[in-house]
Design a protein. Structure first.
Length: 377
């Protein structure tokens, strides 16, 4: 909330129109001298983070977007289309185990029903949490934007991986975004005395979980671009002298290739099914999210690369392994593009996250010039 208020103050101090929708997305609008009725050119990202997260994931894109708007306004550069800076709410949302909630809502991909279904560890629904935060989730429908109601969307983000740094290149142009399939597996074994239950009479839920974790890792390694992570394993009752009767696993599968992602998903689920017979357990799979990988627009990719060339900045085209708000915006805008800058050691979702400010400066220049171009189309 403090970070949001900080951003809101900056938007108002710089004389932009402020709009906050019912679910908490923050908009800064600059439309001085624009032609009426033109679709807006948007730039944005998010300022929320993960527990113990760093300073740049998301925040870089919002601050760079704001800087671009301020520069364009101060220089009195003529624009035909309005410029919107969007700070998407709940992009990370580790608490509700679903990512990019704000941009999913405005693009009509996440409805009211889901706000009631998504619950945190304490059983509080996202709907309740939003209401308590002073938002109006019951009016979610008013926050949905019409398909193709935006002209374009650009986002600058840290790479969150090691490719740019290893290549010694300051700015990356993103070709496509991998999408995560996320689900929770609840394994029901049988809690028994750890001393009195013979090995062949057990149904150990945590043992089953360990096989699944290793299988997920192995299946992903056998694919070209896929990654698989089991981010948590909670065992019950979770004491030393009881065979674990229940285990919960959080699974996150990603790929930029849709077919390969579906294969990986199926492979892992088939494995769990077979394993349940072998190790004598039952299980449930709770679906958390299923996003589709997206290709970013040729138009945006070419424009960003042209603007970089004009500024004498070398770029590299690369896919994004992490999900971003931009993937949801492809429903709202025909031109969607993303820029990456390296982060030190590829480290992200970690307080040690660091960037080189010269890279951020270069990328923000490209971003600003591309926004000016788009807003005159
Ligand atoms: Zn992010």
């Amino acid at each position: 909330m403090e970070a949001r208020n900080f951003l809101i103050n900056l938007i108002e101090e710089n004389g932009f129109k402020l709009k906050i929708d019912n679910v908490g997305n923050i908009f800064a609008i600059y439309d001085d001298g624009c032609e009426p009725g033109k679709k807006p050119v948007c730039v944005g990202s998010h300022i929320d983070s993960v527990p113990n997260g760093g300073f740049y994931d998301g925040t870089l894109g919002v601050m760079a977007g704001l800087e671009a708007l301020i520069s364009i306004k101060e220089a009195g550069i003529k624009i035909k289309r309005p410029l919107w800076l969007i700070n998407f709410c709940c992009e990370e949302s580790s608490r509700f185990k679903t990512a990019t909630i704000g941009s999913k809502i405005i693009s009509g991909k996440l409805g009211l029903q889901r706000l009631h279904e998504l619950k945190d560890e304490d059983g509080i629904s996202l709907f309740e949490a939003m209401s308590k935060f002073g938002l109006e989730p019951q009016n979610l429908n008013d926050s949905i934007l019409k398909e193709h109601s935006l002209h374009s969307y650009l986002e600058l983000h840290i790479e969150q991986g090691p490719v740019l740094e290893r290549s010694g290149i300051s700015v990356g142009i993103v070709s496509g975004i991998a999408a995560p399939i996320r689900f929770e597996i609840i394994i029901h074994g049988k809690a028994d005395h750890s001393g009195a239950t013979p090995m062949n009479m057990r149904s150990d839920a945590l043992l089953a979980a360990s096989h699944i974790i290793i299988a997920a890792n192995k299946f992903a390694k056998n694919k070209k671009t896929a990654v698989a992570t089991v981010g948590y394993a909670h065992a019950k009752p979770g004491v030393l002298n009881v065979v674990p009767g229940e285990a919960r696993l959080g699974v996150d599968l990603r790929d930029i290739d849709k077919v390969s992602l579906e294969e990986l998903n199926l492979e892992l689920r088939n494995f769990i099914k077979e394993l349940s017979g072998e190790l004598n357990f039952s299980y449930e799979i709770r679906e958390l999210s299923s996003d589709e990988p997206v290709k970013l627009s040729e138009h945006a990719i070419n424009l960003l690369s042209e603007e970089a060339t004009k500024l004498g900045i070398k770029t590299l085209t690369l896919p994004s392994g992490a999900g971003h708000d931009a993937m949801n915006l492809t429903k709202l805008a025909s031109s969607v593009g993303m820029l990456f800058i390296p982060c030190v050691g590829g480290i992200s979702h970690n307080i040690a996250e660091a960037i080189n400010f010269d890279d951020a400066f270069k990328a923000t220049q490209i971003l600003t010039n591309a926004l000016i171009k788009l807003s005159n189309e």
